[in-house]
Write a protein that binds this ligand. Sequence first.
Ligand code: 5GP
Ligand code: MN
Length: 334
Amino acid sequence: MTGWRSDLDPGALEEAVTRLREAAHAGETVVLACHVSPDGDALGAMLALHLALVELGAVSIPTWGEEPLRVPAPYADLPGVDDVVATADLPQGFDLLVTLDAASEGRLGTVAPLLAGGVPTIVVDHHPTNTGFGDVRLVAPSAAATVTVVEELVRRMGVHVGREIATCLYVGLVTDTGRFSHANTDRAAMELGGRLMEAGAPHEELGRRLFETRSLGELQVLGLALSRVELVGDVALAHTYVDADELAEHGVGEDQLEGLVDLVRGVDVAEVAMVVKEAWDGWRVSMRSKGRVDVGAIAESLGGGGHAQAAGFTAAQGPPGVVDDVLACLRGGG
Ligand code: 5GP
Ligand code: MN
């Protein structure tokens, strides 16, 4: 195996495929859980595997551990999305748990306690900061997206990647690679994109919906946040924030501002960008780097995680305190 595939333990891959196939053929119940505040990769990976499992005969239940469950608008039409069930409504007993794109148990929200229930857990992820939970682990830090690993799983399970599965996988791939432009974009990502296009993923329509469509309220909140970007010169940090009242006033969810941090990173002299958004459980912090600074390490030291160039964490305190903490990391050589 070459490239990202060499990150995987071949035995674990075989075991995951066997367990999933056996569960499906026996009509067992498989719960799939992606990380809270799901992005395109989390949802795409989960729903692609869900569609494959259903095709093989499993009772597959996709969920994520947050209440209320709200599917972000760009992903509202993804195939399989109507099958998503709130964690509180999961059946008492199930046979297998699969986590997707979740780097830690904490990122599973209210699903996390289920890990202690003795149900075998397969972990599918691509975060280098993955904490090592679960029984069968398919963690590939060199994979551009979690959907990369899911495609391999689905093919090995013997399921044909048709238009619906391809659509879910493509959404994960194109969002996590920033339209095939971030540092994680490699030949494998490009080739997967080509295969998915050929399988019927409507790339043009998805591109428009994912990257070029927003509500008026979202546009106005973006304007507000952009109008108060601040630059800290010595560490080349560009940062801004949005609070809950501002989001509510414009009818915008904290998770609807995915592209904001990339705009902030666009400041020519910035090396690091940060956006702090007030959410129901605290202040959610998104960080991006142009490559010189490892924001994954900074996020991890502040209780979160992620990748070297894209990472995040949740803080109890608001913007001034978060900025101070991040500046301390940056100035400490983080
Ligand atoms: P975003 O800023 O888009 O929410 O997240 C960027 C990257 O960091 C994603 O790969 C995401 O999964 C990861 N990430 C964001 N927040 C957290 C967190 O609180 N904990 C961990 N472990 N990873 C996070
Ligand atoms: Mn991902």
